[in-house]
Design a protein around this ligand. Structure first.
Ligand code: PLP
Length: 400
């Protein structure tokens, strides 16, 4: 018997997984940079800071000391203990480090493992959009139905609880939440989160809460973990990681926390995919994620993000044809370009090709916000000033 399938076609589960628009922009920006063009990067969700020095030194020490073998599948025990305290300080909930915390190689892995562990073909997963690109692809890879609930741009991208309510069916398995949000910068109110939790308990579905931007909140906005609401430990999986607040994107370290009954399923996916995260990185974080020097560097980074946010808003205020939704968290701002008579895609491409400023059109992050362009302000004040001057020039040249 000879198998007649087309090997070059790839697995069926990939058919609904679209290529990432962000990648297209980043790749084109890289080509322009390679040609020597002075590209200003407002595109990547990546802090431009260095990883805290204590963590770097501890990782080098761990390698020198041969802490280079496998660790426990669940993660290096001392790191899980440190994470228990860290998560408790953020959520008020104590997760057992033996059975309820899993160290992963990035938040991306934690999201993948969680969705793979719970979502079946035919299930429905509600995602509040615009949202981080991975959610849709992961849901599609499982053959489940992606139920897209648009956030209300006119209300600062806050949740419309009635819209969520009416999307719930007996096939709803999960709702994916991300507050503070990429790409909108919105921080969901306590009342909205409380209402979502009530729905999860009443209708018996899980909330996968991506809390990777929890420390990046501004102007008195408060982060509330979904786990902090009554009864939610058994109905939620909280995911986070070190890429953003610790400036550790390339290290690929994250974690998740949930009730032990749920974690067992996720552990199985983790075990048979990554086995465990790099041991020396876990050792370095266990030793130094709370060191004085690390905390000082993190505080400095958070202050810098806060200043950059104010700077980019004030420079956008000088371009009356553009408006924006005021962000309260993460390091993104959504700019409405519709008054220029252009789509977000046209604006982003024109800005990149003509002025060498890289941004991300919000199309692809959902189906609805064709007029919003995401600017990431995880870049220097000099870049923000220069980049916004170029945006202003491009808008002026349109002679509206
Ligand atoms: C909302 C959100 N979740 C998860 C991630 C992925 O983080 P990590 O680098 O830990 O995979 C990102 C990265 O941009 C993000 O914006």
């Amino acid at each position: 018997m000879v198998n007649t399938c087309d090997l070059s076609a790839g697995a069926k589960r990939l058919e609904k997984v679209e290529p990432s628009l962000i990648r297209t922009i980043l790749d084109r920006a890289a080509v322009l940079r390679g040609e020597g063009k002075p590209v200003i990067p407002f595109s990547a969700g990546e802090p431009d800071f260095n990883t805290p020095s204590d963590i770097k030194e501890a990782a080098i020490r761990a390698i020198t000391n041969n802490q280079t073998k496998y660790s426990s599948n669940r993660g290096y025990p001392p790191l899980r203990k440190v994470l228990q305290d860290y998560i408790q300080s953020e959520t008020g909930i104590s997760y057992d480090p033996e059975t309820e915390i899993l160290v992963t190689s990035s938040a991306a892995e934690a999201l993948n493992n969680t969705i793979m562990a719970f979502v079946d073909e035919g299930d429905e997963v509600i995602v509040l959009t615009p949202a981080f690109v991975s959610y849709k692809s992961l849901v599609n890879m499982c053959g489940a139905t992606f139920v897209d609930i648009p956030l209300d741009a006119s209300r600062g991208f806050q949740v419309d609880i009635d819209a969520v309510k009416s999307a719930i069916t007996d096939r709803t398995k999960m709702l994916v939440l991300n507050s503070p949000s990429n790409p909108t910068g919105a921080v969901f109110s306590y009342e909205s989160l409380q209402a979502l939790c009530q729905l999860a308990i009443e209708h018996n579905f899980l909330i996968l809460s991506d809390e990777i931007y929890s420390r990046l909140v501004y102007d008195g906005a408060e982060f509330h973990s979904i786990a902090s609401f009554p009864g939610m430990k058994e109905h939620s999986i909280i995911v986070s990681g070190f890429s953003k607040a610790f400036a550790m994107t390339g290290w690929r370290l994250g974690y998740l926390a949930t009730d032990r009954k749920l974690l067992g399923h996720i552990l199985r996916v983790h075990q048979y995919s990554t086995t465990c995260s790099p041991t020396f990185i876990q050792v370095a974080l266990a030793e130094c994620m709370n060191s004085k020097q690390t905390q000082k560097q993190i505080t400095e980074m958070l202050e810098a993000f806060s200043n950059r946010r104010k700077l980019i808003m004030s420079l956008l205020d000088e371009i009356p044809a553009l408006s924006y939704s005021k962000p309260y968290g993460a390091f993104y701002i959504m700019v409405d370009v519709s008054r220029l008579g252009m789509t977000a895609m046209e604006f982003s491409m024109k800005l990149l090709e003509e002025k060498y400023v890289a941004t991300v059109p919000a199309v692809g992050l959902d189906e609805h916000t064709g007029k919003y362009v995401r600017f990431s302000y995880a870049t220097s004040e000099e870049n923000i000033v220069e980049g916004l001057a170029r945006v202003k020039k491009m808008v002026e040249e349109l002679h509206l």
